[in-house]
Design a protein around this ligand. Structure first.
Ligand code: PA5
Ligand code: MN
Length: 201
């Protein structure tokens, strides 16, 4: 069990103090997720920059604890698609709250059939219900930062998103950005994965 503590959350730098685990994802870590694979490989060859960084508070991911972390997604695109997180579902169907700190992003959610999305700005909280996979994209011209707070036993399933997608992509448009649903939808195995979780959630 963690002792009571306070953490400083720096919305301008994405810092958490005290910090626990810090992780970085580069373009090469996001292979297979962007639609334009050739553009991704070019960008990997041109420096393979960091797309996002997650700074976690020192709270373990175990039942009963409530971990929290700050994600910073840099501004950029691969082809027409905005820089984004890998995206995951919680194997234990539990919810999560995101709270905008700086910049502007889209929180994309998918339950195997339906796509929902909300815009996150400073002062805006986004709610991810149990059973919905989630991914964020930076749709602004500066780093997008948000605080995430979630149950410690939720877990992370990245494979279901890598294989089944998010049902939509966040792309550049004349208006700035749009969320474009993917034709076809997920296959039966992916739909069943989400159905099972929603029943339990
Ligand atoms: O708990 C969350 O959902 C977030 O903290 C994410 O883990 C974070 O934004 C990074 O995204 P991903 O875990 O999909 O790489
Ligand atoms: Mn999550």
């Amino acid at each position: 069990m963690v002792r009571p503590f306070a953490a400083g959350i720096d919305g301008a730098s994405g810092g958490v103090d005290p910090a626990g685990v810090v992780s970085e994802r580069r373009l090469s870590d996001l292979r297979g997720l962007f639609r334009d694979a050739a553009a991704l490989e070019r960008a990997v060859g041109e420096g393979d920059e960091v797309v996002y960084r997650v700074v976690a508070a020192p709270v373990p991911e175990v039942e009963g604890e409530v971990p929290f972390s700050v994600t910073t997604i840099e501004a950029g695109r691969v082809g027409d698609e905005f820089y984004m997180t890998r995206g995951h579902a919680h194997p234990e169907p539990q919810g999560e709250v995101y709270f905008g700190l700086s910049g502007r992003g889209v929180l994309l959610m998918y339950d195997g059939e339906e796509v929902r999305w909300v815009e996150i700005r400073p002062g805006v909280a986004g709610y991810i219900p149990p059973g919905w996979a989630h991914r964020t994209a930076n749709v602004g011209g500066e780093p997008f930062r948000f605080l995430a707070v979630y149950p410690g036993s939720a877990g992370h399933d990245y494979a279901i998103v890598a294989e089944g997608g998010m049902g939509a992509r966040v792309v550049r448009s004349a208006a700035g950005y749009e969320v474009v649903e993917e034709p076809g939808g997920a296959g039966p195995a992916v739909r069943e994965y989400y159905r099972r979780r929603k029943k339990r959630g």
